[in-house]
Design a protein around this ligand. Structure first.
Ligand code: FMN
Length: 185
């Protein structure tokens, strides 16, 4: 069996995103993907879920952010990230050279903040879909996490999906959104 056959055997479709295989980086554990380029061939990954991105950069928590415990490890990164604009300008041009799907992980504290981040990301070329981190507290709904209230989870997901109706000069691709609840901040 040649490489091409393997590729089609392993390929999958998630939320309309066609992946060469079902192996993706876990968001936040491999930075923006490029951080891993010296260790693995990024072309072999089905997709890269980035570290969580917000509309504006965030400094995150002071150290210690990761501690080993008897039963595993605890992390409290504080959602530190370079912001959507820097991702588009500094990371995306290099990332899109790889034969893999680019799936930014996005978060916000209000629905509008998710939208702001995605609108900035949409100015870049080469993004295949979004992963919504909905474990953030929704500050406009009493601070409860989006994920803990089905209506809030639906509100943010459908607001993101509606963006595909917005005309955009940079692309006309379908807006795919996956979402996940994560205990990590
Ligand atoms: C150091 C670290 C940083 C993480 N950062 C993010 C993040 O930015 N966004 C997110 O949605 N999840 C983040 N996660 C959660 C991982 O993606 C998650 O633990 C992984 O997908 C495993 O899934 P599980 O926790 O459901 O088993 C982070 C996890 C770790 C350990």
């Amino acid at each position: 069996m040649n490489n091409k056959d393997h590729k089609s055997l392993l390929s999958i479709d998630i939320a309309g995103i066609k992946l060469n295989n079902p192996v993706l980086t876990a968001s936040g554990t491999c930075g923006y993907g490029l951080d891993m380029a010296g260790l693995i061939d990024l072309n072999k990954l089905g997709g890269i879920c980035t570290k969580g991105l917000s509309a504006r950069p965030m400094r995150g928590n002071a150290p210690w952010r990761i501690v080993e415990t008897h039963g595993g490890m605890l992390n409290a990164i504080g959602l530190q990230n370079i912001g959507a604009r820097a991702f588009v300008d500094e990371k995306l041009p290099e990332l899109r050279r790889y034969d893999t799907r680019i799936i930014p992980n996005v978060f916000g504290y209000t629905v509008d903040e998710y939208i702001d981040a995605i609108n900035i990301l949409e100015e870049g070329e080469g993004i295949h879909g979004y992963e919504l981190n909905i474990s953030c507290p929704n500050v406009k709904a009493g601070g409860e996490s989006f994920a803990n209230d089905a209506r809030q989870a639906a509100a943010v997901t459908s607001a993101v999906k509606r963006l595909q109706a917005v005309p955009s000069s940079s692309n006309s691709r379908r807006m795919s959104a996956m979402w996940r609840q994560s205990p990590a901040r």
